[in-house]
Design a protein around this ligand. Sequence first.
Ligand code: PMP
Length: 335
Amino acid sequence: MFLIMHVILDRPPPPFFDCLASKPVLMPPMASFTKNIVDLVGNTPLIKLNRLTADLPDNVQVFLKAEWLNPGGSVKDRAARGIVLDGLQRGLLKPGGILLDASSGNTGIAYAMLAAALDFKLLLCLPRNANEERKKTLVGYGAELVLTDPNDGSDGAIVEAQRLSALHPEYYYADQYGNDANWRAHYESTGPEILEQTEGKITHFVAGLGTSGTCMGVGRFLRDNAPEAKVVSFEPDSPFHGLEGMKHMETAIVPPIYDVGVAHENRTCRTEDAYDRVRTLGRQEGLFVGISAGAATHIALQIAHAEAAAGREATIVALSPDGGSRYLSERFWNE
Ligand code: PMP
């Protein structure tokens, strides 16, 4: 309407400004629309850290892959979309049918969004102590929840999903921990996006391990297409940790899709260091991220300092799975 008025009045539409460069950017002449929320998954921005890297040389750069900007709010939109489309294509998930899985939250939210948009039902097993924000979001999307014993953690939810799957073979048990469509989604979308966004210059990719799908998919893609780039995985430093969505592999059920040979290096991160980075990303970069994103940033900055000390150039990408709004009820914000 706005643009039409300007055409009628024979005036050019006003420019919109790119804030720092003050470059006028003309809006496209036609409004466009999205046919289905599913089409908005992926193509997330790569955001450069500035103030947190002020003490590093210009040729050492750290970027966050901003996965919290997916429509369901996390990186798991990609894996869930891959798993759902694969299940539909193979006829394992029927329109109107039931998808069953275990999730500590983000995959569940992604499935729930897709279930509503693509018309199937979701039955989700998750630990009772999953935070209220996540449970309310799931209910908001209309998911049906099976709450499991908090003492059994995310593994307890997996065991319950396996039990329900054996009782109800008519459900599509999506099994994100063992489903190759999980890592393939990242091989096909996240990996190529990162390579293109860094113009092929990526030297290090940092990702935390949950199902390990992100690290397996992007890691394999980089090994095939940018063999000089280092793939760095990381996990919590102890079995009792606050890095939601991540697994301490030594003490957890190891996901069948996890291959320890994909990453060149595996590191650990303390929960406290992740909290600290979450706070500084919000306060010094304007990036309101979740805990595992804080952890990925912490590892990326460790690598950046080591590369700078060795006099090497580096382009480091830290995969940032979700945003801070998923953790509003946590206490660490004020600590
Ligand atoms: N961080 C968060 C917040 C997550 O929800 C997940 C997914 N469980 C991960 C990290 C790990 O991602 P992936 O399952 O692809 O290893």
